[in-house]
Design a binder for this molecule. Structure first.
Ligand code: UDP
Length: 385
């Protein structure tokens, strides 16, 4: 009898895993259940009917990685066009460049520093923490109090709904600090936007004879899974256990759509760093496809809030209490037979697309080897808690 697997979730983690398992385990049958009416999870893109613009329905996604294997993997299925992502930030009525570059520093402090002068100036403002324990300590040791207050404190409070002292330092480590005029947001070697959005990539990954996709199919905690040799769960790990130990905290995002003619803001992403402005950023989608021409424009204004029962979880907050709860859920997961947890929601981590893809590819290899050798299959792709 052929092996039968269930993958819950048709986002990147589930789709990459399905595709690679289908390649690695000949003859297996894979069911993919997706609760949404569409594939691609929060990377879902579709053309807006009114403007014809390709819209990132769950917020801006720019593919960026240093890993050539992952870049090549994605390019096997779709064409990624090079895209130099540049972000502007409004604070106190002035527009600056983000990440913090030499231009941001000179503009903010009204100076004309050279790189070496700016480095020394910023260093004189920073505090020393042997091991920055949270977002705020990381920021104060990296950029000092003025730049922190202007560009990070207000934005981060709006985005995460808590004091930056409660957040992991790693959230800030995502952003570089540059003492030059390079204003490309990501420091990665490969940066691109798929010509026709991300949805065709996921479609192609799942488009195989031995993969059966069911949309609008919600997984119910506790349901009978005995028909499957193994289950891969990419939804929220606390949902899998019906929240029996409590809820992990997430931020969710709501979008207000703005239609306009011409060019609304002149760039793809404008962040709003003042705490009094209720939204965090505005994305103007047509700037992600500079190779297309559109007269009209569509923008999303992003509002961040705590995730309530029926909201879509976006950002794992990973506060101290969450980390303890995650530990307990991971212990529960290890007691399961034949269930693995993957992806941003399954492992409760703030992950980028390339992390998710890389981890699913690797996990498929590990799983296939265990399956063939009849050894214990890992419950998680990562050991970190
Ligand atoms: N951040 C900030 N101000 C900004 C941009 C980012 O304080 O103008 C902080 C914020 O806490 C955010 C984190 O840096 O959550 C990571 O930013 P990134 O742009 O990577 O966020 P994403 O695009 O994943 O929402």
């Amino acid at each position: 009898m052929s092996s039968r697997f269930l993958i819950v979730g048709a986002g990147f983690s589930g789709a990459v895993l399905a595709h690679r398992l289908a390649e690695l385990i000949p003859g297996c049958m894979i069911n993919v259940w997706e609760e949404k009416p569409h594939i691609a999870g929060n990377c879902f893109t579709e053309r807006d009917e009114r403007t014809g613009v390709m819209v990132h329905k769950y917020g801006p996604h720019i593919f960026n990685t240093d890993n050539k294997e992952i870049w090549d993997f994605v390019n096997r299925f779709i064409q990624l066009r090079p895209f130099a992502h540049k972000v502007k930030a409004t604070y106190n009525g002035v527009v600056y460049t983000l990440p913090v570059t030499l231009h941001t520093i000179n503009q903010f402090f009204g100076k004309a520093f050279s790189p070496a002068e700016a480095k020394e100036f910023v260093r004189s403002k920073t505090s020393t923490f042997a091991n920055p324990a949270n977002f705020e300590e990381q920021a104060l040791s990296m950029i000092g109090p003025e730049l922190y207050k202007a560009f990070f404190y207000g934005y981060t409070k709006k985005q995460w709904g808590c004091e930056p002292t409660e957040l992991p330092a790693t959230n800030l480590k995502r952003l570089p600090l540059r003492f030059n005029y390079n204003d490309v947001y990501y420091a990665h070697e490969h940066i691109g936007i798929p010509e026709e959005g991300y949805t065709p990539l996921v479609h192609q990954l799942l488009n195989r004879n031995n993969i059966e996709l069911s949309l609008n199919k919600k997984f119910t905690p506790g349901e009978d899974l005995t028909a499957y040799d193994h289950v891969f769960f990419t939804g929220p790990i606390d949902y899998f256990f019906n929240y029996k130990l409590g809820r992990l905290s997430y931020r969710t995002i709501t979008f207000e759509t703005i239609y306009s003619e011409g060019d609304y803001q002149g760039t793809a992403v404008m962040n709003y760093c003042d705490p009094e402005i209720p939204y965090t950023r505005i994305t103007e989608h047509k700037h992600f496809t500079p190779w297309e021409k559109h007269e009209s424009t569509i923008c999303f204004k992003e509002f961040s809030k705590e995730t309530a029962e029926h909201d879509i979880p976006f950002y794992p907050k990973r506060l101290a209490a969450d980390k303890q709860l995650l530990k307990n859920y991971r212990a529960e997961a290890l007691k399961q037979k034949n269930v693995s947890f993957l992806g941003r929601l399954g492992t409760y981590r703030y992950m980028d697309m390339h992390h998710v893809i890389g981890e699913s590819l690797k996990f498929a290899e590990t799983f296939a080897a265990c399956f063939e050798n009849k050894t214990t299959k890992p419950a998680f792709p990562n050991t970190e808690e």
